[in-house]
Ligand binder design. Structure first.
Ligand code: ADP
Length: 503
């Protein structure tokens, strides 16, 4: 989705949609026999990072979501769900609503509700409630290894005495603590199944659900001056690490909100990046700040009131900061969407910002930042300067985790404009280089940039990559599973010859 190379470069030769775990095992064995690369995906909406496309052109796409989309369990007392790959955030939310469980349990959702819970968690995607770190909230995997072996991780490795040994392993009743305790006994392996498809296709995953907190209030704090970004982030850090900010909040640049609510044409006919004056004009027209902080309060009224008084007095130190609840700004579509997202109600509207340009498409540049004013400002200045150098407006947001920020820069380009597509590719390539020089690394990336980013994580003579390659070659000796994913190439490939040229 949203190609940066030619449209037919990252393309599968065929797509297979297994109906059950045995099919997955059989496909895996066949791919080993014929030495055909296999690229698993769940729903294929890995938007901005490559969608369902494989790194190696001609791979067989393994569509895990099409026929394997059951919610296998929602456990109210344990507050968890066990899902197959095709279950979307929307599906899980609708299930809770239909079963009248929404007053007990919430699901954390990312910006768009159409992707899979499993695919997003194993790509280490994020959402915005207190359970926003999806990988942190997963609990227990069932995985098919490249040789077809079925593994349950964590407590799932301990058989349930009530299980029927006559059934195939994937149908056997699991240990009742599988979704309650992540680590089990011995080495904790779940990580090697994330962001890599290094050594397995995930067929079931447990995910913790949030208990309904008994009250909720979303809010927006507008920050009028660009220079206040530093102060805002310094205010945020102690509040977030101390959990006064209870959820994963975001500080969004005004152009991200402007792009959700309209197109660039509305504001300018110039091809040149918007100037500070123009950006201030847009902010004034929308009643927003240069930076806009979207957060939420969770709990019954006395809890929310206590949190809000601390948050409000802290942010009041920022010159010109203003505070809004959704009912104060019915015309602010972003606040209305965030109001839903931050309470786990999925939406499909957030991605409207790609229409900022005609035939809009995007790439994400996603470096990790310290929650510090200095880091935020330095990353903002660098990414804005480079974006403008290549002819793009800076559109970005800081997503604030427990101890770091995912700084998400949305490189929006016209996908029908060959020159602009190439510029976007060159821009992200340059940004990755710039960032590595300052010790900043990206958390996830598009297919076309995986090798470059993997190459920046090169401490001590690439020792981490060597470890990954050792695991890969041991468990997938023919290199059939997602070769090249996240820069990890099996021995059977000459990784130099798969390098992607920068235009
Ligand atoms: P989404 O479900 O959010 O639409 P995708 O299906 O596009 O996400 O998955 C994103 C990436 O995650 C895939 O390209 C693949 O590398 C990995 N992935 C997704 N599902 C699986 C799975 N079941 N097993 C192994 N890897 C997977």
């Amino acid at each position: 989705m949203f190609h940066v190379l030619d449209e037919d470069y990252f393309v599968s030769s065929a797509v297979v949609a297994p109906r059950n775990v045995q099919d997955v095992q059989a496909i895996m064995r066949l791919c080993n026999d014929f030495e055909i690369p296999l690229w698993p995906f769940s729903v294929g909406r890995n938007v901005g990072y490559g969608g369902a496309a494989p790194r190696v052109p001609g791979s067989v796409g393994l569509d895990m979501g099409k026929n394997m989309a059951r919610i296998l369990e929602v456990n109210v007392d344990g507050a968890y769900a066990l899902v197959e790959p095709g279950v979307t955030f929307q599906d899980l939310h609708e299930f809770l609503v239909k079963e009248n469980l929404r007053d007990r349990l919430w699901v954390d959702v990312p910006d768009l509700g159409g992707g899979s819970v499993l695919g997003n968690a194993i790509e280490r995607g994020v959402g915005y409630t207190p359970y926003g770190d999806h990988w942190m909230m997963h609990c227990g995997l069932e995985v098919v290894l490249p040789d077809g072996t079925l593994v349950r991780t964590g407590m799932g490795a301990l058989p349930n005495p009530a299980a029927d040994p006559g059934l195939p392993p994937h149908e056997q009743q699991s240990n009742p603590a599988w979704q309650l305790f992540n680590y089990g006994f011995g080495p904790y392996n779940d990580g090697i199944f994330t962001q890599s498809s290094l050594v397995g296709v995930v067929v079931k995953m447990g995910i913790w659900l949030m208990t309904n907190p008994g009250g909720y209030q979303s809010y927006l704090i507008t920050i009028p001056h660009d220079e206040s970004l530093h102060q805002a982030v310094e205010i945020i850090r102690p509040l977030r690490v101390g959990m006064v900010l209870q959820n994963v909040p975001t500080i969004r640049h005004v152009l991200l909100d402007a792009a959700v609510m309209g197109t660039r044409k509305k504001y300018s006919n110039s091809e040149k990046p918007l100037t500070d004056k123009e950006i201030d004009g847009i902010a004034a027209e929308l009643g927003l700040g240069r930076w806009n902080f979207y957060g939420a309060l969770y709990g019954p009224p006395p809890v929310r009131e206590a949190m809000w008084s601390v948050i409000k007095s802290s942010f009041s130190q920022i010159p010109g900061a203003k505070f809004y609840f959704p009912e104060d700004m019915p015309q602010n579509k972003v606040l209305q969407i965030r109001d839903k997202t931050l309470q786990g109600i999925p939406s499909m509207d957030e991605l409207k910002w790609v229409d900022w340009l005609p035939n809009g498409a995007h790439l994400f540049f996603s470096p990790i930042a310290k929650v510090s004013g200095d880091d935020a400002v330095a990353q903002y200045q660098l990414t804005r300067r480079r974006s403008e150098e290549f002819g793009f407006d800076f559109i970005g947001t800081f997503v604030i985790g427990m101890r770091e920020m995912h700084h998400i820069v949305c490189i929006v380009f016209n996908r029908k404009d060959h020159d602009q597509r190439q510029k976007a590719h060159r821009l992200i390539h340059t940004l990755i280089e710039d960032a590595a020089k300052r010790g900043w690394g990206e958390y996830r990336t598009h297919l076309a940039l995986m090798d470059q980013i993997a190459g920046t994580y090169n401490f001590n003579n690439n020792s981490l990559m060597k470890l990954n390659e050792t695991i890969k070659n041991a468990l997938d000796p023919k290199g059939i599973l997602a070769p090249g994913k996240n820069g990890i190439w099996p021995n059977s490939y000459d990784k130099e010859s798969w390098k992607i040229d920068i235009p």
